[in-house]
Design a binder for this molecule. Sequence first.
Ligand SMILES: Cc1cc2nc3c(=O)[nH]c(=O)nc-3n(C[C@H](O)[C@H](O)[C@H](O)COP(=O)(O)O)c2cc1C
Length: 368
Amino acid sequence: VTEAAVSDPVPSWSGVPYLTASELEHLYSVEEFEPLAKERMTPTAYGFIAGWAGSGATTQANRAAFWRHVLLPRVLVNVETIDPVTTVLGNPISLPVMFAPSGYQRLAHPHGEMATARASVEVGTTMILSTSANTSIEDIGAVARNPWYQLYWLTDEELNREMVQRAESAGFRAIALTVDATAPLWRENEMRNPAEIPPGVLSVNTYDRAVKIAPNLTWKTLDRLRSWTKMAIVLKGVVTAEDARIAVDNGVEGLIVSNHGGRALDWAITSMDALPEVVEAVDGRLEVYMDGGVRRGTDVLKALALGARAVLIGRPVLWGIGTGGEAGIVRMMALIRGELTSVMGLCGAPTVAQISRDMVARRQDVVA
Ligand SMILES: Cc1cc2nc3c(=O)[nH]c(=O)nc-3n(C[C@H](O)[C@H](O)[C@H](O)COP(=O)(O)O)c2cc1C
C-alpha cells in the first residue's frame, strides 16, 4: 500500500461506506465505534477480532476489573495546564496509551497496519507491529515513529532472527516478546467460524515459511534473542510477581501485564488485579505497562495510579480503523485523550508524574 493509496477512499469489506471525518466528529465514546466497525467488516472478521478463549471469562473480567476500582480525587491543586505527555523506554509519547499488536489488521480495514501506523504518528504514540501483520516491517518502519515489534517465537529460528534484525534495521525500538500464548489456544468461535481471509491478505513477514509458535520457549531462550539485537526487550503477558522477578534478573527492559485480551488463557487473573503485585516486585527496575479492557480515560488513569507507565489498547484500534480508517483511530484517540485530560485535572494530577497510588481504591460492592 503506497502513501498515496492510504489517503484515498477505499470501499469497506462489507460495502458499507466508512464514516467521513465530519461524521466521526459525532462519535463521543470508544464503545460507539464497535457496532459501526462490525457493519463494515465480514462477520467472520468481526468474530475473530471480538474473539476470546474458552468461556470468555478473562475478556469479561478485564472490563469488570475497572468497575471494582474507584477514584479518590485530590482537590485544590492548580490544574490550569493539564498534559498527559510521557515517555516509554526513553521515547516521548503524547499520552500514555500505545497501540497493542494485533495480527491481520487488513481484516478490519483494507489499509490495515499502514492506517494504524499513520494514525500513531498523527496521535504521537507508539505502535506495536504484530508478527502476524499484513504489512511489511520495512513499510511500517518507514512511517511509524519509534515502533516496537511484537515477536511470536516461532519454531523456525532463522525466521525469528531475520524478523528481529529486519525490525532493528527498519528503526524499531523494542521487541515485545509474547510469552502468554506458547501452547495451543482454545477458541471455540474460531473453530466454528474460522475467519475468511480475502485473497492478497497475508502474514507478509512470515508467509513463505512454515509458521508455528514454538512451545519450548523458556527463560533460557532470552539469551539468544539478546545476542541478536541491541533493541530493548519487553515481555508481553507476565501477570505474577514471581515471573516479574525472574524477568528483572534476566535484564529485560519492560513488562506488559496482559492476558492477551482474554484470547489465550481462560479464567486468567485480570491485568488490573495483577498489576500492583508486578509493580511491587519490579520495584522500579524496569517499566511496567498493561493492557486488557482499556476503553476510557478513567481506565488509563486507574492503571497509571496502580503503577503502569502506559497502557495498550487492542480491539479499540481495530474498531477505529474499521469505522473510519486512519481518521477513525485519530478520532477514537482524541476521545480517550479528552477524557483522560479531564479526569487528570479532576483528580488533581495535571501531569502523569502526579498520578499516584492513593488516587485509586478497590471496592467490593460491584459485580459488573
Ligand atoms: C484481533 C486481535 C489480534 C491480536 N493479535 C495479537 C498478536 O498477534 N500478538 C500479540 O501479542 N497479541 C495479540 N493480540 C492481543 C493484543 O495485543 C492485546 O493484548 C489485547 O487486545 C488487549 O486487550 P483489549 O483488546 O481489551 O484492549 C490480539 C488482539 C486482537 C483483538
